[in-house]
Design a protein around this ligand. Structure first.
Ligand code: SAJ
Length: 426
């Protein structure tokens, strides 16, 4: 039976380890988090993912999956540790280097080492390979090295691991073929053979493409606000063109991928990454823009604002890099009182009070929707009319459908027109 060692048992590493264990491999999962290791060895999981609990429990029970704090000898190694970005927006490769060094202690001739972590371009060639070469391994001959970035969507990880096409980029052709052999055990999508360099850059460009495209939509909103144009209608019309796909504007771009990956490119070629860097600036400016728009409508800074949604996108429980969190901070700085409601978030996650919808809306001068959770698509309009001081809904996600005419509704499509009306009301 083939032995696999997966270093890093997070959102990607654990599902990957469990998937291999259920497809004929003897898998050792390694993590520095002792609590996670203990839980996994009891057949339990420390993260949330649909179907993962059952899969891990099954593999642990039949002995194909074990967890440990120490790397052991294996045929193949997968590194899936975090590569967080630092305060100066460069990639922190500390965990990747630690993981590589731990693999280095156990690697044997003929083994394949695969890095799944998202990394800046040239990291495999300039950082990972030299660590092995310094230990006298001929990389690509004695041992094989590849980068195979993941592209799975939380909530669908176990499906997408199998179904998605997957980029497999070796440091040389022999390495690519070795890594293809590994993934072909369960991947039904196409295995796209390429170099490590192209694999690194294509992963980053997928998310950068979305970030730049969203920045374009956000810039359109700002232009439209100035010129009195219906930005959302413009996007709908432009997207009728068979080769145009403008993304949607919003309160900013969050999450650990789109809001982070472009910096990995900028870091390596800052002079050349003008468009990518500007897209980051535009998307980072959106929380401030939202707060300015609130300020135009709610002039008395001692008023209460009801904030609906904290997560970085709808129907998830993740606030990493969430623009909503920044907007909450900025509103508080302005002096507003807040009532915050998010059915997917508990107080312990964010460190401040999460209210019920009714309590959040009570006495509010503006109901500010920041996340497109399903729960917000149809708001309780009776509660708004009965409890809010002013029935104004400002929907930065264009997700709420209002039926009662007494409720004022503003979204990114009609900012100018509504601001003008509101000035006369005030
Ligand atoms: N957003 C907009 N407008 C849009 C689309 C998204 O403002 O038109 C915002 C979202 O609200 C959110 C942010 O962008 O704040 C990122 O959302 P996302 O759904 O594009 O991306 P992530 O970070 O949740 O996950 C992405 C996934 N990519 C796609 O959905 C195309 C996932 O497949 C990748 O595996 C993941 O990045 C990753 O690991 O790179």
């Amino acid at each position: 039976m083939n032995k696999l060692c997966v270093v890093g048992l997070g959102y990607i590493g654990l599902p990957t380890a469990a998937m291999f264990a259920n497809h004929g491999w003897q898998v050792l999962g390694v993590d520095v988090n002792q609590k996670a290791v203990d839980m996994i060895n009891k057949g339990q999981i420390h993260i949330e993912e649909v179907g993962l609990g059952e899969m891990v429990a099954k593999a642990v029970k039949n002995g194909s999956l074990k967890a440990s704090e120490k790397v052991e000898e294996a045929d193949s190694f997968i590194i899936a540790v975090p590569t967080p970005h630092t305060d100066d927006n460069t990639a922190n490769l500390k965990y990747l280097i630690q993981a590589t060094n731990s693999v280095l202690e156990k690697v044997q001739k003929g083994n394949v080492v695969i890095v799944e972590s998202t990394i800046p371009p040239r990291t495999i060639n300039d950082v990972v390979a030299p660590l092995f070469e310094a230990a006298n391994w001929k990389v690509g001959e004695d041992i094989y090295l590849a980068h195979c970035p993941e592209r799975v969507l939380p909530g669908r990880i176990l499906i997408e691991l199998v179904e998605n096409n997957r980029i497999v980029g070796g440091i040389n052709q022999a390495s690519t073929e070795k890594a293809v052999e590994v993934y072909s055990t369960f991947v039904k999508g196409e295995l796209l053979r390429t170099s490590a360099l192209s694999a690194e850059m294509s992963k980053l460009m997928e998310n950068t493409y979305r970030d730049v495209n969203i920045a374009l939509a956000n810039e359109l909103v700002k232009i439209s606000e100035k010129l009195g144009i219906e930005a959302l209608e413009v996007i709908e019309l432009a997207n009728q063109h068979p080769r145009v796909n403008l993304h949607l504007p919003g309160p900013g771009v969050g999450g650990h991928c789109l809001a982070v990956d472009p910096y990995f490119i900028i870091e390596k070629a800052p002079e050349e990454s003008q468009l990518i860097a500007n897209a980051r600036i535009i998307n980072n400016s959106m929380p401030g823009f939202v707060v300015d728009q609130v300020g135009k409508r709610v002039k008395d800074r001692s008023s209460k604002i009801a904030v609906l949604g904290l997560t970085y996108k709808g129907n998830i429980d993740d606030v990493r890099e969430s623009p909503a969190m920044e907007i909450v901070e900025k509103l508080l700085e302005e002096g507003y009182t807040l009532g915050v409601n998010d059915p997917h978030i508990g107080q312990e996650q964010v460190g401040f009070k999460i209210s019920s919808f009714t309590d959040a809306v009570e006495d509010a001068e503006c109901i500010l929707v920041l996340t497109d959770h399903n729960e917000f698509k149809k708001l309780d309009e009776e509660v708004i009319l009965a409890k809010a001081k002013r029935p104004l809904v400002f929907d930065t996600r264009n997700c709420v459908r209002i039926s009662n005419e007494k409720i004022e509704y503003v979204n990114f499509g009609n900012l100018k027109e509504k601001a003008a009306i509101d000035i006369t009301i005030n």
